[in-house]
Structures are given as C-alpha cells and as structure tokens.
Design a protein around this ligand. Sequence first.
Ligand SMILES: [Zn+2]
Length: 74
Amino acid sequence: MSKFTPTSKANPCLSCSDTKGNCRHQDIEEIILCMSANSSRKGEIVESGYKVIDFTQDGLWAVLKLDNQQWAEE
Ligand SMILES: [Zn+2]
C-alpha cells in the first residue's frame, strides 16, 4: 500500500475538511482514510462525493474513493 499522509491545515481532508491529522491522504489514486466517515456503511456516498469502499482493519478509518460513476451515468 502506498504511503498515507496525515491531514493538516495545509492539507485538509478532502471529504470532511479535518485539519487535525485524524484523516489520511494517499498521494495517488484519490484514496483517503477518513475518521469522520467510519460510522458510514460500505458503498455509502459521504461528504464531497466520496464513496466508502472499505474500512481499515482496525476500524479506525473508512477508506474513501472519489465516486466518478455519477458523472458517467446519463
Ligand atoms: Zn476526513
């Protein structure tokens, strides 16, 4: 798995805007680990159009990916 960067003021969470380092960004593939979304269900669309694709093994973070399917659908 690629390296994840904790959120910060210069690098807020793209989904929940966290700046306290609770969430994590992956540099590529638009994957984020969001602590605010960890009570969501798999497949759910959360803030900013991100989709919950999985959860981390420890359950701390929801694994979010930008959901582009809504743009592909007519
Ligand atoms: Zn977040």
